[in-house]
Design a protein around this ligand. Structure first.
Ligand SMILES: [Zn+2]
Length: 60
């Protein structure tokens, strides 16, 4: 059984990855992935807001 060395494709553009930039195909794609990380890593989803700050005046 001869199985070629199957490497996972670049997660960014799906091209065959390059050893030097694994798992990406190029430094560019690696950079894109890194950028995605940074843009999301520092943002906390569902930021806690003060209830008193968004108090609604309904009825009363
Ligand atoms: Zn790529």
């Amino acid at each position: 059984m001869t199985e070629a060395k199957k490497r996972p494709p670049c997660p960014i553009c799906n091209k065959p990855n390059v050893k030097e930039f694994r798992p990406f195909c190029s430094a560019k794609c690696a950079d894109i992935d890194l950028g995605k990380w940074f843009s999301g890593a520092y943002v906390v989803p569902g930021e806690p807001v003060s209830k008193s700050d968004i108090e609604t005046d309904e009825g009363g």
